[in-house]
Design a protein around this ligand. Structure first.
Ligand code: FEO
Length: 171
C-alpha cells in the first residue's frame, strides 16, 4: 500500500510525464512547421516515450493499491528561436525531470518504501540516457553552427529514430 505522501508524489510525476509528452509533441509540431521532418519524427517518438513513462506511474499506483488522480496538464510552449534552442530546452527539461525523480527516490528512502525505490530505479537509469541523448544533439548542433547542409544531415539522421514499442511493460 502506498502512503498518502507517496501516492501524491507519484500522481504528480504522472502529470509531469504527461506534460513532457505535451512539450515534445509541441516541439514536434514546431519542427513540422519549418519542414525539419526528421526532428519532428524524433520529437514525436520522444513524446510517445513520455506517455509511456506516465503510464508506468499510472500502473504502479494501481499495483500498489493506490488511487490515480488525473489533473490538468499545463499548455506547453509553442515557439522556439531555432532548432538548437529546441534541443537546449529539451536538455534543460530533462535535467529538471532528473531532479524530480531524485526527489522521489529521496522520499522512498525517507519512508523506507523499498517497492517504490525499486520501481524508481528504472527511471534513474532512464534519465541518464535521456540527458545524454539530448545533450549529444545539442553538442552536434553547436558544432555545425549555421551550416544548413549539416543541419539537413542531422535532420535525416534524427529521422531514423525507431518508434518506441507500444505498451509499458518492456520500457
Ligand atoms: Fe520521462 Fe524524458 O523523462
Amino acid at each position: 500500500m502506498l502512503s498518502d505522501n507517496m501516492q501524491e508524489a507519484f500522481n504528480r510525476q504522472l502529470n509531469a510525464e504527461m506534460f513532457s509528452a505535451y512539450l515534445y509533441l509541441s516541439m514536434s509540431a514546431w519542427f513540422e512547421g519549418i519542414n525539419l521532418k526528421g526532428m519532428a519524427t524524433w520529437m514525436k517518438f520522444q513524446a510517445q516515450e513520455e506517455l509511456m513513462h506516465s503510464l508506468k506511474f499510472y500502473d504502479q499506483i494501481h499495483e500498489r493499491g493506490g488511487t490515480v488522480a488525473l489533473t490538468a496538464v499545463d499548455a506547453p510552449q509553442t515557439e522556439w528561436a531555432s532548432p538548437l534552442a529546441v534541443f537546449e530546452a529539451t536538455y534543460e527539461h530533462e535535467q529538471k525531470v532528473t531532479a524530480m525523480i531524485n526527489d522521489l527516490v529521496d522520499l522512498s528512502i525517507a519512508e523506507s518504501d523499498h517497492a517504490a525505490n525499486a520501481f524508481l530505479q528504472w527511471f534513474v537509469s532512464e534519465q541518464v540516457e535521456e540527458e545524454d541523448a539530448a545533450n549529444g544533439i545539442v553538442e552536434q548542433m553547436k558544432l555545425i553552427g549555421d551550416d544548413r547542409g549539416a543541419l539537413f544531415m542531422i535532420d535525416r539522421e534524427l529521422g531514423q529514430r525507431v518508434a518506441p514499442p507500444a505498451g509499458t511493460a518492456e520500457e
